[in-house]
Design a protein around this ligand. Structure first.
Ligand code: C2E
Ligand code: CA
Length: 604
């Protein structure tokens, strides 16, 4: 076949005394089995010849492609005129483009011979004249897809127009694939999975085909992603996807819904669903090796077994989601099955979601303010802005509505909408209290690259220096920030950065050195116990010592009693916040509070 490698293969396998070297299909040279030097020469010639052949083929192909694209650009359409027996009279247009199929187009041919499945075109031709119809069809022996328009004329003849839509079909297919698949792992993505789940729900309702959905969350993924970098994170996700597909085999479809969340769609009964989920979880039993380190991930699963009630509303995925939330927050079990008594919570949450989305559009969120006082003299030196939703009923407080807003992706917009009025209010307070600062609670989504732009803009619009504002971040959300330069840059321009709930998160204290931090807020639970029932002096002094070492502003949160206040002062805390001084209050009461603080002598 003209390639040097097959000649060498021949040399190795030719039985003694016979053989031919074939340089191309036409050239066959008898080979003296003893004359290997002659064979070697032939090999050389063949090698040269084969590269020449390849070059030539390549040239021809390029020329062909060029010609095709000219034809394509020139004439996309072909029209075939057929008589009442479907026999071709004439063909007009880019017939040659059809290649071998084009030959079928000559006069006397059967027009139906053109199509892989001639049925639909035949049906159109069989309609009584005058009529017009259109179908999509594949041309026989090629990948070409055409739109076929048939017009039956009164004369008994018909025209069959072919319009090439191959590129369009391919494009649509490629776009569909992209829209439904995850680029990183090649698995189905959220919308692809939602479609598959909807299909399973439909066939459950029509044919009672049992199915289930499992959501799988890689619990420690963010730790690896944050500390090892995104490349390592990607490696872990790809490896996890590969293993899961391997472990569950043909029994289930694996998808990646985004981030570290995977999903399984299992067709089968409860036992099979549990089996597939267990198999997928076992993908995390063995450690992974992103970059040079060993990473052992833990994964948790929430499972929903298909039921008529859930399938009817298309809520199986949500049910699995809730079971996953239960598994992550409360259970030691790796796999939690959704139970109907969890449904109330699901429905409740759904109702809240739409209410929060609507409230966000109506700008119903605003801040209450809680004073932060100087530990030495009780003067109000700062405020913490705490978001409220007055019309939210029992969803009024952030612990309720923030997770919902976050899952809707609305938190940043809600926060920004409330920020403008709050900063204007701060500017007004600072007229009489020029050193007053305001702490804002930050969430991870807010720390995107856009943060400097809008925070700076809002501050300058209110006429505030950046040093009048501080962001409070939790340890978990702060550590990944190390990589993001935006917060560091703002900090350099005066923005305060506090670690919120200090002592409840990582407490791997080495990170403090590398971060743009101005202060810590000692978590109430850490200092005073889960319900504020004790005073943990050693923990408080450890936090204070640490804060001192890094030259940080130290705030004690959740101080409710005189005794707690006394200890916090004694142990060297700089500032105090808590119900002992004041609860969070609306802006007008805060104005009054500040005025009273002005007027009278300090409490101490
Ligand atoms: P956090 O940042 O730890 O805020 C302090 C919470 O403790 C506030 O609850 C406050 O009312 C409460 N608190 C203050 N002093 C005391 C005290 O002496 N005893 C007790 N038991 N509690 C006290 P709130 O306002 O319900 O806020 C809860 C959480 O919601 C906040 O916790 C914060 O993480 C989040 N949050 C509030 N506003 C926002 C916001 O605008 N954006 C974001 N991302 N999160 C917010
Ligand atoms: Ca806070």
């Amino acid at each position: 076949d003209g390639s040097a490698s097959s000649l060498f293969a021949y040399r190795a396998t030719a039985p003694a005394g016979e053989g031919f070297v074939s340089l191309s299909s036409e050239v066959v040279v008898p080979l003296d089995p003893l004359d290997w030097s002659a064979a070697e020469t032939l090999v050389e010639i063949a090698g040269e010849r084969s590269s020449r052949l390849m070059l030539e083929q390549q040239r021809t192909r390029t020329a062909e492609q060029a010609r095709n694209s000219v034809l394509m650009a020139g004439s996309m359409d072909m029209v075939v005129l057929v008589d009442d027996a479907r026999v071709i009279r004439e063909a007009l247009g880019a017939v040659s483009r059809l290649g071998p199929t084009g030959e079928l187009l000559g006069p006397g041919g059967d027009v139906l011979g053109l199509f892989e499945e001639p049925g639909p075109v035949a049906d159109l031709l069989a309609r009584s004249a005058p009529s017009r119809g259109r179908v999509t069809a594949n041309l026989v022996g090629s990948d070409t897809v055409v739109e076929v328009t048939v017009m039956n004329l009164d004369s008994g003849e018909s025209t069959v127009s072919l319009h090439d839509i191959t590129d369009r079909v391919r494009l649509v297919r490629a776009l569909n694939h992209r829209a439904t698949h995850d680029e990183l792992t090649g698995l189905l993505n959220r919308s692809g999975f939602a479609a598959a789940a909807a299909e399973a729900e439909a066939s459950f309702l029509t044919d009672a085909a049992p199915f289930g959905i499992a959501l799988i969350d890689v619990v420690d993924f963010h730790l690896a992603n944050d500390s090892l970098g995104h490349d390592a994170g990607d490696t872990i996700l790809i490896e996890a996807a590969r293993r899961m597909v391997e472990m569950v085999g043909d029994g289930a479809t694996v998808a990646r819904l985004g981030g570290d969340e995977f999903a399984l769609l299992v067709t089968g009964d409860e036992g099979e669903i549990a089996g597939a989920t267990r198999a997928a979880l076992s993908a995390f039993d063995e450690p992974m090796h992103p970059s040079d380190v060993v990473f052992t991930a833990r994964a948790k699963a929430g499972v929903a077994v298909g039921s008529a009630a859930m399938a009817t509303g298309g809520r199986t995925l949500q049910a699995a989601d809730l079971a996953l939330a239960v598994s992550k927050s409360t259970s030691a079990e790796r796999m939690v099955f959704f139970r109907p008594d969890m449904r109330e919570a699901v429905l409740d949450r759904m109702a809240a979601s739409s209410a929060v989305a609507m409230a966000a559009r109506r700008r119903e969120f605003r801040f209450d303010y809680q004073p932060v006082v100087d530990a030495a003299d009780g003067r109000t030196v700062g405020l913490e802005a705490l978001m409220r939703w007055d019309k939210g009923g029992r969803w009024r407080y952030p612990d309720r509505f923030i997770p919902v807003a976050e899952s809707l992706g609305e938190l940043t917009s809600i926060f920004r909408a409330a920020l403008g009025p709050a900063l204007a209010q701060l500017a007004e307070w600072r007229v009489r209290h020029p050193d007053l600062t305001m702490n804002l609670n930050a969430h991870a989504g807010m720390l995107d690259d856009d943060l400097p732009r809008w925070l700076l803009r809002e501050a300058s619009r209110a006429g505030l220096p950046l040093s009048a504002i501080a962001l409070e971040l939790t340890e978990q959300s702060l550590v990944p920030v190390q990589a993001s330069t935006s917060l560091g840059a703002l900090h350099a321009q005066g923005l305060g950065v506090y670690i919120d709930d200090f002592g409840t998160g990582w407490s791997n204290l080495s990170y403090l050195a590398g971060l743009p931090v101005s202060g810590i807020k000692i978590a109430r639970e850490m200092a005073f116990g889960e319900r504020g029932e004790e005073i943990r002096r050693p923990l408080i002094s450890a936090a204070v010592a640490l804060g001192r070492a890094f030259d940080l502003d130290i705030v004690a949160e959740g101080v409710e009693t005189a005794e707690q206040l006394e200890v916090a002062r004694e142990l060297g805390v700089d500032k105090i916040q808590g119900y002992f001084f004041a609860r969070p209050m609306p802006a007008d009461r805060m104005t009054q509070w500040l005025r009273e603080g002005d007027a009278g002598p300090d409490t101490d």
